[in-house]
Design a protein around this ligand. Structure first.
Ligand SMILES: [Mg+2]
Length: 423
């Protein structure tokens, strides 16, 4: 690819991703309304097209649509993140075969740089990508093509409603009407506040935003806003971000399935969260210098309220689970108060440093090489046989506080015990 070739981006987006993942291993669901619920089976986080047509909104609590679910036999699933994460990886690996320059934007979206493919018919190429992803993973995607990332997002939105699943803004003869049909609030990067501001100044569509006065945009939305307008005009300002910026922090926090009233249960929960967060830490080859633990009661219930947090500086940066559990448990015992019903707790690792550059403390008596080997063994066993195969005793066995996923499908692709069975 010559550096002079003008940029072309494709936005690949999986359609109704979580609902589609459920369908891959359960073809009975094809043509039926499917929804997926958030943690504790609380709110709707994904809907198949059929469920959308029934008027089930994004983010609504499950109990509010229970009548619709019953009347139309909507198939309901708890979130199955092991399955979704693995399916996401399969999609991204497939995309990489077609285009090495790729930015994984979210679990179900990626930007591709197609600048080097301009000699090809891009719509056709996108069609091939789309059918290959469908064939290799079973998942439907839609693809939008344009000369900037912002425009490719808009094209992607239209591709979703196009029968072939591909929309190329480069060859579209009436770009103005496309932008005119796109609400300014739907433009990538326009949040609630900005969309209100634009509204007040008579800017309602992407086309109006595209032609907006530069002085005005600069004054009210700064350089970021100006860049966005340029992108709408077809001038590429945002590049592909192929290496994500280093993480600033790792958090693991969950709501409990049932309220916790006993300290030993809280200790179990926190031990589990630290274990998860430490696994992520090691996967990114990082170590942590500071950690925060927090807990709170249910703010939406009329119970006596209490919340607190505590930040601890660790003597030496570490990525070792048992050291982190020890520190977190000290913290949680300090902020624990008897007599409350706790709804949520969590742990946050901040002050992350590369694990390779950990400074040894002169008075650090711990055998670091040994810990390192132990952690490597722990991670590889848990990766091979499923998370939690080996765990610390402080993490507990029964885990009655755990969030409920009563309607979760099996981890078809990541657990030997849950492989789909052919009949
Ligand atoms: Mg999607």
């Amino acid at each position: 690819m010559s550096p002079a070739s003008p940029p072309v981006f494709a936005l690949v987006d999986c359609n109704n991703f979580y609902a589609s993942c459920e369908r891959v291993f359960n073809p009975r669901l094809n043509g039926q309304p499917v929804i997926v619920l958030s943690n504790n089976d609380g709110c709707v986080v994904a809907r198949s097209n059929e469920a959308k047509q029934l008027g089930i909104g994004m983010g609504v609590p499950e109990f509010m649509v229970r009548d619709t679910i019953r009347a139309h036999r909507v198939q309901v699933f708890s979130s199955n993140y092991a399955l979704y994460g693995d399916m996401s990886q399969r999609v991204m690996e497939t995309l990489q075969q077609f285009c090495p320059d790729l930015e994984i934007y979210s679990i179900d979206e990626a930007f591709l740089s197609l600048s080097g493919f301009r000699s090809k018919n891009l719509s056709e190429y996108a069609g091939t990508i789309r059918s290959t992803v469908k064939c290799w993973t079973g998942l439907p995607v839609s693809i939008g093509i344009a000369e900037t990332k912002t425009l490719s997002k808009i094209a992607g939105g239209i591709a979703k409603k196009t029968p072939g699943g591909v929309f190329d803004l480069l060859t579209c003869s009436d770009r103005d009407s496309v932008l005119n049909q796109t609400a300014a609030s739907d433009v990538w990067g326009i949040g609630k506040a900005r969309s209100q501001l634009l509204h007040q100044h008579g800017i309602h569509t992407a086309l109006q935003l595209c032609h907006a006065d530069e002085q005005f945009i600069r004054k009210h939305m700064g350089i970021v806003g100006l860049r966005l307008v340029m992108e709408l005009r077809g001038i590429s300002c945002l590049e592909l971000e192929q290496c994500p910026p280093p993480k600033k922090g790792i958090t693991c926090a969950r709501s409990f399935g049932k309220a916790i009233t006993q300290l030993h249960e809280m200790e179990e929960a926190v031990s589990n969260y630290v274990t998860r967060a430490a696994e992520k830490l090691r996967a990114e080859e990082l170590a942590v210098t500071t950690l925060t633990v927090f807990l709170h009661t249910n703010q939406f219930k009329e119970v006596e309220q209490y919340s607190n947090s505590l930040t601890l500086k660790l003597p030496v940066a570490t990525d070792t689970t048992h050291e982190l559990i020890t520190a977190a448990l000290q913290g949680i015992r300090k902020i624990w108060r008897d007599g409350y019903a706790y709804k949520k707790a969590g742990v946050m690792f901040v002050g992350l440093v590369p694990a390779s550059r950990v400074q040894a403390d002169l008075f650090d008596g711990k055998d670091r090489t040994r810990s390192k080997k132990l952690m490597a063994a722990l991670d590889s066993i848990n990766e091979r046989f499923g998370s939690g195969t080996l765990q610390y005793a402080s993490s507990g066995i029964a885990k009655e506080w755990k969030a409920t996923f009563n309607r979760r499908s099996p981890a078809f692709t990541t657990s030997w015990d849950e492989l789909p069975v052919a009949r």
